[in-house]
Design a protein around this ligand. Structure first.
Ligand SMILES: [Mn+2]
Length: 246
């Protein structure tokens, strides 16, 4: 892909830092992989080629006690990136949110004011500008109490606003073959990414979406896949992240 803005989005998703596979806690694997990706984003950050760290959802379920370790991990990594001048964007996934009516989620510690400058937690449809001229349109998963219509976000985009440079979501994709995210890791309801509307309105704008645990390119949507193999039945390689030139 041709580099236009001199920005590289480094995208990972579905860390599931609370996961247990066949009785084994996976926190260590996930933490190592996540730190490796952050270290890469930092070491490759240059003036001519700036890094943008993107987490596309599903840090941890909010109910097991292990979720605190997961929140600490994400907070540590966000601080590390921030200290190195790498902006980071953190979307909520269907596992992160609570149906408590307040829009609570496992990424809240990152958003509590303890992390300064350019760390953004995205728990509602949002546009962000981590760099000049670089608009990132985000479609996080939200609880029922904060529901939105992703198609309407695209339809109602103001005509005078420039197109996004990157679209990131943690929504469902119609027709994709499913894996452990819909079996062992089922949670929440189905809200679909409006792929056709996005491709029609902004052809060529890269779309990345978390949620699916097998990394793949499906109907133009880049899917990083889960950071670790979360069930014994999963064959895809790990850890995995995507690097997209903007
Ligand atoms: Mn998910």
């Amino acid at each position: 892909m041709k580099t236009k803005l001199g920005i590289r989005a480094i995208v990972s998703s579905d860390w599931h830092a609370d996961a247990v596979t066949a009785g084994e806690e996976r926190y260590g694997d996930v933490a190592n992989a996540a730190r490796m990706i952050a270290a890469y984003a930092i070491s490759s950050n240059r003036l001519a080629s700036r890094s943008l760290f993107v987490f596309a959802g599903d840090l941890s379920n909010p109910d097991p006690p292990r979720c605190w370790r997961a929140s600490k991990l994400a907070t540590q990594i966000a601080r590390l990136l921030d200290a190195a001048g790498v902006p980071s964007i953190w979307l909520t996934g269907n596992h992160d949110v609570l149906e408590d009516g307040y829009g609570s989620h496992t990424l809240m510690p990152l958003d509590a004011g303890g992390v300064s400058s350019w760390t953004r937690v995205v728990a509602e449809p949002t546009t962000l500008h981590p760099y000049d001229g670089c608009c990132v349109l985000c479609f996080p998963y939200v609880p029922r109490s904060h529901g939105y219509d992703p198609e309407a976000v695209v339809r109602d985009w103001p005509a005078i606003v420039a197109p996004p440079a990157l679209i990131v979501g943690h929504l469902m994709i119609e027709g994709i073959s499913v894996g452990s995210e819909t079996k062992d890791f089922a949670r929440g309801r189905d809200v679909f990414l409006p792929i056709d509307a996005l491709a029609k309105k902004w052809p060529g704008v890269p779309i990345v979406n978390g949620h699916y645990h097998a990394g793949q390119l499906y109907r133009g949507v880049h899917i990083p896949g889960s950071l670790a193999r979360l069930t014994l039945g999963e064959a895809h390689n790990s850890p995995r992240f995507l690097e997209i030139d903007l």
